[in-house]
Design a protein around this ligand. Structure first.
Ligand SMILES: NC(=O)c1ccc[n+]([C@@H]2O[C@H](COP(=O)([O-])OP(=O)(O)OC[C@H]3O[C@@H](n4cnc5c(N)ncnc54)[C@H](OP(=O)(O)O)[C@@H]3O)[C@@H](O)[C@H]2O)c1
Length: 329
């Protein structure tokens, strides 16, 4: 049953807290083949471990990572943080990219079932677990035919007890539907936040009984309002040298003016009831659909506490949701 603090991962019956924690940033520094940053700059692993454990104590039971985040580092740190508490949590990770853990660079991608098995074996080892709860295809634009083969490979992994359920991380409803044909497909992971609604994907999740796992629910930090107030991402942070797809930030990590203006325009509604703007952004997602599970990233215990506290206030009201719709058109 969906309650304010818990949601079910689609048809799998797996229950998670309505808030997951995204583990991209805690992977630390890594880069693409040309050396451009794909991480969020330096991280303090001890702080990351403490933040995960604090989140657990505050009722967060869902953690999303990927093998490629920090080229394996995020999975290792998460595995360390969850040691002894694995049974309390639902762990999601992703595969599809090839990488070199020594150079910390991505070396390519591989949409074959053979590589899926190889990647799964490596993720299990790094996470220190014997199964993944939700295994996700990270190649958002892989060909649907390749997706169908990988869906069937995932069904085999379920039969072998290596994973419990699976999803495609994609913004394309047609690709999500290819995966949804599999019995144990439970969700789709896709971009959705106050500034970038995803009505077609949410409708698909409703129609097919999938959970909607929302990546970048804070628009990579922009929706917290702190970047408009002058904070800048540090060295080695992808937001300081944004690739073409990253529109929230400009060169040097200044927020893109058109997006910063929109954040400012909805600030009063998001902060109603004493929420911070970031908490309001999470509350917007819960109000948007009973299937959403936002997975905000975090870098510190303080951020973990503030994000987990959003659960206590629950969704925005219908009126607040409509007001934001009116403001942003
Ligand atoms: N293709 C994919 O499948 C894909 C793509 C993107 C993301 N994801 C997943 O989605 C997760 C979340 O997305 P995201 O990491 O892109 O961005 P996000 O959740 O929109 O933003 C996270 C960032 O906002 C800042 N922040 C978080 N809580 C805060 C607070 N309480 N106060 C102030 N600042 C705060 C932190 O960075 P700073 O403190 O440095 O600002 C944090 O790293 C990822 O971790 C990953 O698990 C998946």
């Amino acid at each position: 049953m969906e309650t304010m603090k818990a949601r079910t991962l689609g048809r799998s019956g797996i229950e998670v807290s309505a808030l997951g924690f995204g583990c991209w940033a805690i992977g630390g520094e890594w880069a693409d083949a040309e050396g451009s940053p794909l991480g969020w700059g330096k991280v303090d692993d001890e702080e990351s471990v403490a933040a995960v454990r604090r989140a657990l104590d505050l009722g967060v039971t869902f953690f999303d990572t990927a093998d490629v985040y920090g080229t394996g580092h995020s999975e290792r740190v998460l595995g360390r943080a969850l040691a002894g508490r694995r049974d309390e949590v639902v762990v999601a990770t992703k595969w599809g990219n090839r990488f070199d853990e020594t150079t910390r660079r991505v070396t390519g991608s591989d949409p074959t079932p053979e590589y899926a098995r190889e990647a799964l074996t490596a993720s299990l080892r790094r996470l220190g677990t014997d199964h993944i709860d939700l295994y996700q295809l990270h190649l958002s634009d892989a060909a649907p035919e390749a997706g169908a083969q990988l869906r069937d490979a995932c069904e085999e992994f379920v039969r072998e007890g290596l994973i419990r359920a699976y999803a495609w991380s994609t913004d394309d409803p047609e690709r999500a539907e290819v995966f949804a044909e599999g019995e144990h497909c439970a969700a789709v992971q896709h971009a959705c936040n106050v500034l970038a609604d995803a009505p077609d994907m949410l409708a698909l999740c409703e129609r097919l009984g999938l959970a909607s796992i929302n990546r970048s629910p804070l628009a990579m930090g922009l929706l917290t309002g702190k970047y408009a107030a002058g904070v800048r991402p540090g060295e080695g942070d992808i937001r300081a040298v944004p690739p073409a797809w990253l529109s929230w930030f400009g060169e040097g990590g200044a927020p893109a003016p058109e997006w910063a203006a929109k954040v400012e325009a909805v600030r009063d509604v998001l902060t109603s009831g004493g929420r911070t703007p970031g908490q309001g952004a999470l509350a917007w997602l819960w109000a948007r659909s009973p299937r959403t599970v936002p997975i905000p990233g975090f870098r510190s215990v303080a951020q973990a506490e503030q994000n987990a506290a959003a659960l206590n206030q629950g969704p925005l009201s219908e009126g607040e949701l409509a007001e934001i719709g009116r403001i942003l058109g």
